[in-house]
Design a protein around this ligand. Structure first.
Ligand code: HEM
Length: 176
């Protein structure tokens, strides 16, 4: 144990659930309705198979590093082409933004935790505090991510799985 207050439900939601990078602790118990901090975590008490497909992780299912990079790149291409609302929040040059999303997704999908290795703990919700994120912004983020799924040909059942888990995370980023 690391001495953190694991029994406190508020802690579970804001820290353990959202901000833990990768690796599933055996002692972790999902409280009902809590947000899975990692897409491979069960979303409820009964989830025995891999809902994303045959491979061991969503990272392998999507096809590894180049495919994860293609998803992150396509997502920001779509924002730059077609989402003035999200584009306005981003810096003029999105090279680093693209790279960070790729590195984050690598670990989040069960592959190498590249983001954590380089920058440490993501503290993702906190990093989004400077931006106004309500229902509309979360929905727009998901619209662009779904268009990226189309562009890189993400098929079922991975698609439904990712849609669900990205949606949970996008809603969790709301601060309005
Ligand atoms: C809900 C709507 C969301 C909005 C409006 C939003 C917007 C933003 C903005 C404006 C930035 C800063 C970009 C920069 O300065 O370079 C950012 C950073 C980031 N976002 Fe989001 N985001 C959303 C959801 C998400 C979700 C669901 C994820 C994960 C799947 C995510 C992952 C990241 C990452 C990894 C960064 C880089 C953090 C860093 O600076 O180290 N975002 N986001």
């Amino acid at each position: 144990m690391d001495g953190r207050p694991r029994q406190n439900p508020a802690y579970r939601r804001t820290r353990s659930v959202q901000e833990t990078p990768t690796g599933v602790s055996c002692s972790f118990r999902m409280s009902p309705g809590a947000l899975p901090w990692h897409p491979m975590m069960p979303s409820g008490p009964v989830e025995t198979s891999h809902p994303w497909g045959d491979e061991a992780t969503p990272y392998l299912e999507i096809g590894g590093e180049e495919r994860v990079r293609a998803l992150a790149e396509s997502f920001y291409d779509i924002i730059e082409e077609d989402s003035p609302v999200l584009r306005a929040m981003l810096p003029a040059n999105t090279t680093n933004t693209r790279r960070k999303l790729f590195m984050y997704l690598s670990g989040w999908l069960g592959g190498p935790p590249l983001y954590e290795e380089k920058w440490g703990h993501p503290r993702l919700r906190m990093r989004h505090f400077p931006f106004t994120i309500g229902d509309d912004e979360a929905a727009e983020w998901m619209r662009c991510m779904r268009a990226a799924f189309d562009r890189v040909d993400i098929d079922e059942p991975l698609r439904t799985f990712l849609d669900e888990r990205f949606s949970q995370l996008a809603l969790h980023m709301r601060n309005q």
